[in-house]
Ligand binder design. Structure first.
Ligand code: NAD
Length: 459
């Protein structure tokens, strides 16, 4: 059997499960969510070890951004699933009285979830929690670049979950291309923009809807009216977690010229507090996913004036937290998503110039603003566009499952987390139930001037 035939057969068997109605039962979905929680709970050590091997993640980071995050997501989903699954009543206009209108959630069918390497466990399972909660079958395709996590998912998923309804396919471009050729009911992709276009074109052939969780350069504005020490602490946390390999890490900072010395001092001090004098030796500081990505990051530093850091450990495949002040706007560092531990700090004359800088560029996935000035906050919110915004912190919107997470424009389309994820993997079917009690004659032919008058009044 060729690879393509093998995947077709796999999809067919998942579709058969879906058609059997098994995955629609609320009791099945809840039992599977509990089994997924057990998978995460019981294998914490193995998960942390795989993440350590792939990315040098420390235990605390693995817990907050992958293990604990997923457990929280499952808990939240289990708590609200019955409510989300109920028909959602909406009002009915007079013309349809007596009658009732509602939106009836139904699963889409069999979905394909393609994950990225930077949070390789969470980025496959968080969308799956939503897909499962909504009652879908799924194929999960983890990133081949995080090979240990991918293999672990392929080993654990069949041990805990219903193999008739979910399956892991490991592989890279060739395997993903073969999967993308098939007719899915939804494709959920997390990764870079270029492959996002490949995914969307493949989906278009079957009119398959897509969710694209992409990236981009997320700006961070630091106003002079801010609590600088706390701002620096939170920027260091958001930028250098996972060695900067986070889609919503601040990509670059915009500060007013006058604030630059104090800002640099505060960041330097915070870096020292969090990662010590030699971050490359810190157990809490991660490495770069592979030598190719390290080479990419090193190339961004060529010809740059490094204000802080810049050290590289080729053996451990790591780069120290690094800051470049005012790199050329047309340098690769300011043209491409950095996705690593380099932070450009761009000085501007005013926060209005910072807003203009952002609006000159593609819409980012995240935007951060540090300020005590409510007027500036309003100005930034009303005059810029971004997938997600956090004021006076970085990345913390991820901690609230009530907040949908997703991009806009080049940073993606669609969203998930909490109910948004459930809705992404559901079709909210429109249903109207009419009563036989009353049947207004004016709707029906033969029409007359009087009927037309009544119609005009009601419609
Ligand atoms: P990646 O290399 O792991 O690729 C993502 C997925 O696409 C993988 O599963 C991979 O196998 C598959 N793939 C790669 N090339 C392919 C091809 N030619 N055809 C079909 N499939 C292919 O990850 P990446 O693209 O390096 O990820 C980094 C990007 O992802 C960054 O831009 C980052 O901002 C973004 N990202 C976004 C989010 C989010 O939630 N929005 C989260 C993490 C990462």
């Amino acid at each position: 059997m060729s690879m393509q035939e093998h995947y077709s057969a796999l999809l067919e068997s998942l579709n058969t499960t879906f058609r059997s109605g098994k995955t629609r039962a609320l009791s099945w979905r809840k039992a599977q969510l509990n089994a997924l929680a057990a998978l995460v709970e019981e294998n914490q050590q193995q998960i942390a070890e795989a993440l350590e091997k792939d990315l040098g993640k420390c235990q605390a980071e693995s817990y907050t951004s992958e293990i604990g995050f997923l457990l929280g997501d499952i808990r939240h989903t289990l708590k609200h699933l019955s409510g989300w699954s109920k028909p959602r009543k909406v009002s009915t206009p007079v013309v349809a009285w007596p009658g009732k209108s509602f939106r009836y959630p139904e699963p889409l069918g069999t979905v394909l979830i393609i994950g990225a390497w930077n949070y390789p466990f969470q980025l496959v399972l968080a969308p799956y929690i939503a897909a499962l909660a909504a009652g879908n079958c799924a194929v999960l395709k983890p990133s081949e670049l995080a090979a240990n996590t991918s293999a672990m998912l392929a080993e654990l998923i069949p041990k805990y979950l219903d193999g008739d309804a979910v399956c892991v396919v490991e592989g890279a471009k060739e395997e993903t291309t073969a999967l993308l050729a098939l007719q899915w009911d939804h494709i959920f992709y997390t990764g870079g923009e270029a492959v996002g276009k490949v995914v969307m074109s493949a989906a278009a052939k079957h009119l398959t809807p897509v969710t694209l969780e992409l990236g981009g350069k997320s700006p961070c504005l630091v106003d002079s009216r801010t609590h600088l020490a706390v701002s620096a602490r939170r920027i260091v946390w958001g930028k250098w977690m996972n060695a900067g390999q986070t889609c919503i890490a601040p990509d670059y900072v915009l500060v007013e010229k006058g604030l630059l010395p104090a800002f640099m001092e505060a960041i330097t001090e915070e870096l020292r507090k969090q990662y010590g004098d030699n971050p490359l030796q810190s157990d809490d500081y991660g490495n770069i996913i592979n030598p190719r990505h390290l080479a990419r990051l090193k190339s961004y530093l060529e010809g740059q004036d490094i204000a802080l850091g810049g050290e590289v450990d080729d053996i451990a495949n790591a780069m120290a937290p690094t800051i470049v002040v005012d790199p050329a706007k047309d340098s690769a560092l300011m043209q491409e998503e950095i996705f690593g531990p380099i932070l450009p700090v761009i000085t501007v004359d005013s926060m209005d110039d910072a807003i203009a800088f952002i609006n000159d560029r593609p819409k980012p996935l995240a935007l951060y603003l540090f300020t005590d000035d409510k007027h500036l906050e309003d100005r930034v919110l009303s005059s810029t566009s971004a997938g997600n915004v956090c004021i006076n912190d970085t990345m913390m919107f991820m901690a609230n499952p009530e907040l949908p997470f997703g991009g806009v424009g080049n940073s993606g389309m669609g969203s998930y987390h909490g109910q948004a994820g459930f809705d992404t993997f559901s079709h909210l079917k429109t249903v109207m139930r009419r009563s036989f009690l009353f049947d207004a004659a004016f709707r029906y032919a033969p029409f007359s001037d009087l009927k037309l008058k009544i119609l005009k009044k009601f419609l």
